[in-house]
Design a protein around this ligand. Structure first.
Ligand SMILES: [Cu+2]
Length: 508
C-alpha cells in the first residue's frame, strides 16, 4: 500500500546508515590497530647500555647493604636533542643490577626523592610480606625504607619495580625498574657464561611511544584493551642497540619490563637457542627452542651460539595471544620488532657447550594440596571483586601446599603473578606444560579461556595482617583493580586485618 512507502524508505535509510557506521567503525578500528613492524627498520647504532652492578657493602652485622634512590631525570633516548622526562634508581632511567648470593642477609635502603609516594617490590623474591614492597609498604617523598631479608631461593633473574596501588603503570613507564640477580653454588658449578656485561648480559625490554616533543606518550587508543603499546623498543634504555660479542656463546637474561606488551623472542635466522632458566631459576633440563614468549614481568635466560664475524639479531615475532582478528591486532599480536643486534668478533673466545642437565627441580606434590582455589580474571577484578587495600581475599596456612586454577574469562589477554612464592605449572589448558613452563615461575601468560593449574607451597613468613598480592601484571589492569590479597597464617590462626593507611597522601 502506498502509505507504507515512506516508512519503508526510512527503515532502509536507517539500515544503510547503521551498516555504513558499522563499516566505518570496522575500518577505523582496523586502521587504529595497524600492526607495528620494525623488522629491518631499526638502525643498530648504539652500544647496548649495561646497567651497572649496584655497589654494596657489608655492615657490622654481616648484612649486604645496597642503596637505591628513586629520582627524576631526563634522557635523550634517540640522540635528536629532545629529552624525555624520566625516572630511575640512582640515575635518570632504570636502575643498577642488584646481585646477592643464596644465604646472604641483604638490606636495601630505598630513598624516595620523587615528589610523590612510591615503593619497590622485589619481583620473584621469597621474603616476609612486610619486606615485599607491595602496596602496603609505601615510601613517602623524602623518606627512606630499608627492608631486609635472607636470600633463601635458587639462583635466578629477578627484578624490582614500584608497586603503589593505582600508580604502578605510571611509575614503571617512567623508568623505575631494575634487575636483581641471585647466585648459588649449583649455578656456579655449571659451565655457563657468567661474566656480567661480557657474556652474561641483562636484556630489559620495554616498548615506548614518544610524543612530538619527545615525551613518553601514554595515550591509549580506543581499542587498546591490554594497555599502552609503544612503537619503539628500549633495551636497557637503549634505542637501536647492538652488543659486541667476543665469546662463542652469550647468555642473555631477558626481562619483559613492558607494561602491557607480550613478546615472542627468537633470533633473526630462527636458529635454536638454549633456554636454561625461567622466572624462578634454572630449568632441570636445557630446552632447545627457537622462540620463547614472555608476557609482562616474565624472564627467560637463554644462551645463544654465535659464529665469528656474524651479525644476528634478537627479534620479536607475533606472539600467540590465543585470540584472532581485531582483538589480536589491538593486543599487539601482529607486531614485529628488531630488538638487539649481536655483533660477533672475528675471533671468539671458546665457551663450553651448554649442558643438557642443569639443576634438580623438585616437583611440588599436587596430591598433597589442602585446598584448590579457583581464580577467574575478568573485567576489572578477580572472582568478581576489584582490589581493596582493606580486604584480605583469603588466607593460606603456613607449611601447606595449594592448587590454584587460574582462568582468564575475558576476550583479551591477561597474565598472572603471585608474590611470596615461586610456583609450578600442573596443566596448561588441560595438557602438560611445554618445556619452557616446567620450571619455577612467578608470572604466567593467560590466553583467554584456557585454564591454568598451578601448585604452590607456602613454607614460612606467616603474618596474619600483612598480605601478599596476586594480580594481572599488565599494569593498567593491575592498577584498575585486577588484584587480590592473601595472607599466610600459622596453623589454626585467623586472618587479621591490613593496617589502614593514613597521611600517605594520594596518588595522581
Ligand atoms: Cu590483565
Amino acid at each position: 500500500m502506498p502509505a507504507r512507502r515512506p516508512v519503508v524508505r526510512v527503515l532502509i535509510g536507517v539500515l544503510v546508515g547503521v551498516l555504513l557506521l558499522g563499516a566505518g567503525l570496522a575500518v577505523g578500528a582496523w586502521t587504529l590497530t595497524r600492526p607495528t613492524d620494525t623488522v629491518g627498520a631499526v638502525s643498530f647504532v648504539r652500544p647496548l647500555a649495561v646497567p651497572p652492578l649496584a655497589e654494596s657493602r657489608l655492615d657490622d652485622r654481616g648484612q649486604r647493604v645496597f642503596d637505591l634512590v628513586a629520582q627524576e631525570g631526563r634522557r635523550d633516548f634517540r640522540g635528536d636533542g629532545r629529552t624525555t622526562a624520566t625516572a630511575g634508581f640512582n640515575g635518570a632511567f632504570l636502575g643498577p643490577t642488584l646481585r646477592a648470593r643464596r644465604g646472604e642477609q641483604v638490606r636495601v635502603n630505598v630513598a624516595n626523592t620523587l615528589g610523590q609516594e612510591t615503593n619497590v617490590h622485589w619481583h620473584g623474591m621469597h621474603l616476609p610480606a612486610r619486606m615485599d614492597g607491595g602496596p602496603h609498604q609505601l615510601v613517602r617523598p623524602g623518606a627512606t625504607w630499608s627492608p631486609t631479608w635472607r636470600v633463601d631461593q635458587p639462583a635466578a633473574t629477578l627484578w624490582y619495580h614500584p608497586h603503589p596501588h593505582g600508580a604502578t603503570e605510571d611509575h614503571v613507564y617512567r623508568g623505575l625498574a631494575g634487575m636483581f640477580i641471585l647466585d648459588d653454588e649449583r649455578e656456579a658449578a655449571l659451565p655457563l657464561p657468567r661474566t656480567y656485561g661480557v657474556d652474561d648480559v641483562p636484556v630489559i625490554v620495554q616498548d615506548r611511544s614518544f610524543s612530538g616533543s619527545g615525551q613518553f606518550d601514554k595515550t591509549r587508543n580506543a581499542f587498546a584493551g591490554v594497555g599502552v603499546l609503544g612503537d619503539t623498543l628500549l633495551v636497557n634504555g637503549t634505542v637501536g642497540p647492538y652488543l659486541d660479542v667476543r665469546t662463542q656463546r652469550v647468555r642473555l637474561r631477558l626481562l619483559n619490563a613492558s607494561t602491557a606488551r607480550t613478546y615472542d623472542f627468537g633470533l633473526s635466522d630462527n636458529r635454536q637457542f638454549a633456554l636454561i632458566g625461567t622466572d624462578g631459576g634454572l630449568l632441570a633440563r636445557t630446552a632447545r627452542l627457537t622462540r620463547v614468549r614472555l608476557s609482562p614481568g616474565e624472564r627467560a635466560e637463554i644462551v645463544v651460539d654465535v659464529r665469528p664475524g656474524e651479525r644476528v639479531s634478537l627479534r620479536s615475532t607475533p606472539p600467540d595471544l590465543g585470540i584472532g582478528g581485531l582483538s589480536r591486532r589491538s593486543a599487539g599480536g601482529a607486531d614485529r620488532f628488531d630488538v638487539l643486534q649481536l655483533r660477533a668478533a672475528d675471533t671468539l673466545a671458546p665457551a663450553p657447550p651448554v649442558p643438557d642437565d642443569l639443576v634438580p627441580v623438585a616437583r611440588l606434590d599436587a596430591g598433597a594440596a589442602v585446598t584448590t582455589r579457583r581464580l577467574e580474571l575478568r573485567g576489572r577484578g578477580i572472582n568478581g571483586q576489584s582490589m581493596r587495600m582493606d580486604r584480605i581475599d583469603f588466607a593460606v596456612t603456613r607449611d601447606s601446599t595449594e592448587v590454584w586454577e587460574v582462568l582468564n574469562a575475558d576476550g583479551t589477554p591477561h597474565n598472572f603473578h603471585v608474590h611470596d612464592v615461586q610456583f609450578q605449572l600442573l596443566t596448561v589448558d588441560g595438557a602438560a606444560p611445554p618445556p619452557e613452563l616446567t620450571g619455577w615461575k612467578d608470572t604466567i601468560f593467560l590466553p583467554p579461556h584456557r585454564p591454568m593449574r598451578i601448585v604452590l607451597r607456602f613454607t614460612d613468613h606467616s603474618d596474619p595482617n600483612l598480605p601478599y598480592m596476586y594480580h594481572c601484571h599488565l599494569l593498567w589492569h593491575e592498577d584498575a583493580g585486577m588484584m587480590g590479597q592473601f595472607v599466610v597464617v600459622d596453623p589454626g590462626q585467623a586472618p587479621g586485618r591490613p593496617p589502614t593507611h593514613t597521611g600517605h597522601g594520594k596518588h595522581d
